[in-house]
Design a protein around this ligand. Sequence first.
Ligand code: CA
Ligand code: CA
Length: 240
Amino acid sequence: MRSKRLALRLTAAGLAGLVASVLPFVQIEAASGAGSNLAPGHAASASSFNQTYVAGNINDGNQSTYWESANNAFPQWAQVDLGTSTAVNQVVLKLPSGWGSRQETLSVQGSTDGSTFSTIVASAVYNFDGSANTVTINFTQTNTRVVRINVTANTGWPAGQLSELEIYGPTTTSSNLALGKTMSESSHNQTYAASNANDGNQGTYWESANNALRAADVHRQHRLAGRAGLRVRGLRPDHG
Ligand SMILES: [Ca+2]
Ligand SMILES: [Ca+2]
């Protein structure tokens, strides 16, 4: 048992060292999940506004501030101009979280020149639930410079209302730059050559010559692995 654990630790430490040595050449994959909201900082405008409820309120990052169009005059729209054609695939619409529930009928439109618009998502009724008051609309990735929300009805107030128009694009995917490149190693055990570490197959692995790591190296490699956020099977967290 002890020897098995030792072998595991040595292998893990060796692997960590190898990974640490190739880290400078590998683009670390970003955590998955939504990217950042593209809307803030860009020009917002609207077909009209009521009182102080201007278009700039839709991309100020504050759910409590909102745009409201001139009352009793549909359709109305509000938009954000991203400045350049951008890949987008989601918008998140918000109303102030304290407001009662309502439904707005709206479509998502796009433009690459700011003057000619096409429909990205056809008109539909969306429910703001009176709690989070947040509506997420996903759609096929499209390139657009302007994202416009065109409102034709609102059950809560006779105007277009929107406190945030958040715009998201596809999460940038990164590729493993190590794949297929020439690997080298200090040594390997049996058939466990370094090339196993960049073959894209998790089932094949590199293992260095056994019992050839110095204690100081083990410690250093634990530290490197910890710093790189690596989780290596059999590698104990470094508390040193
Ligand atoms: Ca706002
Ligand atoms: Ca492999």
